[in-house]
Design a protein around this ligand. Structure first.
Ligand SMILES: C[S@@+](CC[C@H](N)C(=O)[O-])C[C@H]1O[C@@H](n2cnc3c(N)ncnc32)[C@H](O)[C@@H]1O
Length: 258
């Protein structure tokens, strides 16, 4: 799977500042319905953009905990939240949350469960740390929703096939509502969150993700570095010919522990 070392953490940090991902975070915050003073856990908090917005929303009377197995990510998250001392960031895994039962009013997990193979355990952990009445929001990508204009479709299909190795389940969203319900949570809302780039420029998610994909795929499923370079050139040519088109859906779920 994708390793979140220093280079990848920096690349992800850049892509999370694009308007697409800023809009996605606004939707997640809307679904979280945070109140001042609440205690919140962000599972797989990554570079900490959402964590910082949560900390602002609950204020100094609340408590916010970010948690991620990647130290490169945790360093970015700590820096981002350092002016809000009611926020802590620690090392941890979604499969063994380092918190007592019924610790949190709210838990959020965006773009993380798709990396986790044992989802029943992850949902059991999510439920365990929520207080009765506690709320959760989960968001993941379904890579079957990808529409990306290319001239060389067979090459593109090989690249995306190799890219799917970066996740435990590249189609997790379609299973999520059932997984949450079977894990003892009531699903209260489900939304689609589209990322749509009809043009290629620096402030779009696909500008960064194509570089991440090109760095990941060589050596997987027969894809070479030359294949990856040719695929990038194909996308750039589509943009130069005013034919650029990228669309990808994420799906977001609200749930409650009754
Ligand atoms: C695509 S990033 C998402 C970061 C953040 N949640 C966000 O949406 O901005 C995926 C994150 O999941 C973390 N991760 C991967 N496997 C994990 C696991 N088993 N438990 C918790 N976090 C995990 C990675 O280290 C990485 O920071």
């Amino acid at each position: 799977m994708l390793e979140f070392g220093d280079d990848e953490a920096r690349r992800l940090d850049r892509s999370y500042a694009t308007s697409d991902v800023v809009a996605q975070r606004a939707q997640t915050l809307d679904m979280l319905r945070l109140r001042r003073g609440e205690s919140v856990l962000d599972i797989g908090s990554g570079p900490g953009y959402l964590l910082a917005s949560i900390a602002e929303a609950v204020g100094p009377g609340g408590s916010v905990h970010g948690m991620d197995p990647s130290e490169a990510m945790n360093a970015l998250a700590r820096e981002r939240c350092e002016s809000m001392p009611w926020t802590t960031v620690g090392t941890g895994d979604a499969l063994a949350l380092p918190f007592a039962d019924e610790s949190f009013d709210v838990a959020v997990c965006t773009q993380v469960y798709e990396y986790v193979a044992d989802m029943p355990t992850a949902v059991a952990e999510l439920r365990r740390v929520l207080k009765p009445g506690g709320r959760a929001v989960v968001l993941d990508t379904d890579w079957d929703s990808l529409v990306w204009n290319v001239a060389d479709r067979p090459l593109h299909d090989r690249i995306i096939d190799a890219w799917e190795e970066h996740l435990a389940d590249p189609r997790l969203p379609r299973r999520l509502a059932g997984l949450l319900r079977r894990g003892g949570l009531e699903v209260t809302d489900q939304r689609v969150v589209p990322l749509f780039n009809p043009r290629l420029h620096a402030d779009t998610f696909s500008t960064t993700i194509k570089e991440t994909i090109a760095a990941f795929v060589p050596g997987r499923r027969g894809v070479t570095a030359e294949d990856a370079a040719a695929w990038l050139a194909d996308l750039d040519a589509r943009a130069a010919e005013d034919e650029y088109f990228f669309s990808l859906n994420r799906y977001s779920f609200s749930a409650v522990r009754r």
